[in-house]
Design a protein around this ligand. Structure first.
Ligand code: 4HU
Length: 446
């Protein structure tokens, strides 16, 4: 029975000779600045988050894709003065190639779409979860890597695509317990900006640069914003008019400003009408100041925000109909979003919504006698072949130690392989929650 041959003392193996005092210089055991390890607790949370990303992506009929974390630097060389360009984690490899750790996933996706060319049928609905990098001087102590969930729809010119993407993010929020009173989406269109710039005959090639400047509103002083806009060939009058339009928060006011004929207004009206049909109107608000910080957006842009206003944007995305042609491919209508793994966890902590995730192993199997170690591994195999998880005790340990470990790994059952039982082809099964003990035939284990 379980008390037979109760183990005493420490491991029964012959102790190895004492290790000389280690004289090697101790390496820094922390991960590189701005990066993270994922020990089991953190890895369980990350796995839980990614599982929810994947479940929603599948629910919306998207296919998973991935790309190398290392890409040609050329994918990210855009002249609009984006922060993501200033912080590119780039270097020259041993083949003298300029390469970069990807700062985002969209350019890789565009590259793969061009590579696939006519061999893929449209629309494409692809999603990816990938680690992205930036090299930021640690003065701000911010991270240099994060994981991003992306969903993209390629080949659909209508805002039905943007409405579908926003619906997928809302589905994700609801899945993890967030509601429209916790988070919302600020929505606008870069065509608003375009229509204003055209009125003041600002050159088209200034568009991306002006967007990046506008995206810095609230992050740098307004005087610097004005100076930057002047350097982008904008007159004083044009700048004042632009800033005035960007402060608009109602579509009616926007219509007064821009008239009803422009694409910006019709896109936004259609999006808000679709939101009504999806049943997620309460999650959206028009905010003309939203432009997002990537130069390639061309139409609707949106970002998820926490209504308490304590955190940075949770996610963001929009339409980028011209990205493929910047890589020499044929343009295809495209839209997508990126959703990082950092702000959402801060938000869940704030809202007390972090899930309880513990290691759960169904069985811990232990031999009561050193000669029965082989028998214990046979029992473990039988259980595993039935699809059960087993933590097999691998050393000669006292029972007290085994019970402690069983509690730590949350085992449901303790299977003891003892001599007397084994002779009868049986094992001792203890249900740890109730203490119930049974002798069970090995071939009847389940
Ligand atoms: O959100 C911009 C970004 C890009 C790469 C890595 C990190 Br951390 N953050």
């Amino acid at each position: 029975s379980a008390n037979q041959n109760v183990r005493t003392g420490r491991s029964g193996s012959v102790s190895s000779p004492p290790v000389e005092h280690n004289t090697a210089e101790k390496i820094d055991v922390n991960p590189p600045k701005g990066t993270r390890d994922f020990p089991p607790d953190d890895m369980r949370l990350r796995t839980w988050l990614f599982h929810n990303f994947r479940e929603v992506s599948k629910q919306f009929g998207f296919e998973e894709v991935d790309f190398p974390v290392l890409e040609s630097e050329a994918l990210y060389i855009r002249k609009a003065g984006e922060e993501i360009r200033d912080q590119l984690y780039c270097f020259e490899d041993r083949g003298n190639r300029r390469v970069a750790l990807r700062p985002e996933l969209t350019p890789s996706l565009a590259r793969l779409v061009i590579q696939k060319g006519k061999s893929v049928s449209l629309p494409l609905k692809w999603f990816a979860i990938g680690q992205c990098w930036r090299y930021e001087r640690m003065t701000r102590g911010r991270r240099r890597e994060h994981y991003q969930w992306n969903m993209d729809i390629i080949g659909v010119p209508d805002v039905t695509a943007e409405a579908e993407l926003i619906s997928s993010i809302i589905t994700f929020f609801k899945r993890i317990g967030l509601t429209a009173s916790d988070v919302g989406f600020k929505v606008s269109s870069r065509k608003v900006l375009q229509e204003v710039l055209r009125c003041y005959s600002v050159p088209e090639d200034m568009f991306g640069r002006v967007c990046i400047i506008i995206d810095k509103i609230g992050k740098i002083p307004m005087d610097d914003i004005r100076k930057d806009l002047q350097s982008a060939d904008m007159s004083e009058v044009a700048i004042e008019e632009l800033l005035q339009v960007l402060s608009l928060k109602s579509l009616a006011k926007l219509e007064e400003k821009l008239g009803a004929s422009g694409e910006a207004l019709s896109d936004l009206k259609q999006l808000f009408s679709l939101a009504e049909k999806y049943g997620y109107s309460e999650w959206l608000q028009f905010d003309a100041s939203i432009v997002r910080g990537l130069a390639y957006y061309t139409g609707i842009v949106f970002e998820g925000f926490d209504r308490e206003g304590k955190l940075r944007a949770i996610c963001g995305g929009g339409r980028y109909d011209r990205l493929l042609s910047t890589f020499g491919g044929d343009d295809l209508p495209a839209c997508g979003f990126g959703f990082g793994d950092a702000v959402i966890v801060e938000l869940l902590k704030e809202r007390g919504l972090l899930p309880e995730l513990n290691l759960q192993v169904e069985n811990i199997v232990c031999s009561l006698d050193q000669e029965l170690q082989g028998a214990a591994s046979a029992v473990a195999t039988i259980l595993r072949e039935k699809g059960q998880s087993v933590d097999l005790v691998l050393e000669n340990k006292p029972l007290k130690w085994v019970f402690k470990r069983a509690a730590r790994i949350n085992a449901r059952r303790l299977i003891l392989v003892g001599n007397a039982e084994w002779q009868k082809g049986m094992v001792n099964v203890k249900t740890l929650s109730t203490g119930e003990q049974l002798e069970i035939k090995i071939d009847e284990l389940e």
